[in-house]
Write a protein that binds this ligand. Structure first.
Ligand code: SF4
Ligand code: SF4
Length: 68
């Protein structure tokens, strides 16, 4: 599993170039591609830092997997 982004909720942090989730991910697992955020599953360690910082609550990490 990896962080799941709900693209219906994500507003790209209001359209800033470097969204908060991209900025905070310690594993550089999130990037912007084609104007939406994409999680690279094999890099994601399910830490949920992106989920905590997302202003739209658009990111979810399955609870059992949160590592710290
Ligand atoms: S859960 Fe952690 S490692 Fe995975 S995309 Fe979010 S911030 Fe990055
Ligand atoms: S932090 Fe949330 S709203 Fe901002 S780009 Fe990431 S998923 Fe979208």
């Amino acid at each position: 599993m990896a962080a799941q982004v709900d693209l219906n909720k994500c507003t790209m942090c209001g359209g800033i170039v470097q969204p908060l989730c991209v900025e905070i991910c310690p594993d550089s697992a999130i990037r912007v591609q084609d104007n939406r955020v994409v999680v690279t599953e094999f890099l994601c360690e399910d830490c949920n830092e992106c989920g905590c910082i997302c202003p739209d609550k658009a990111i979810s990490v399955s609870v059992g997997k949160i590592t710290f």
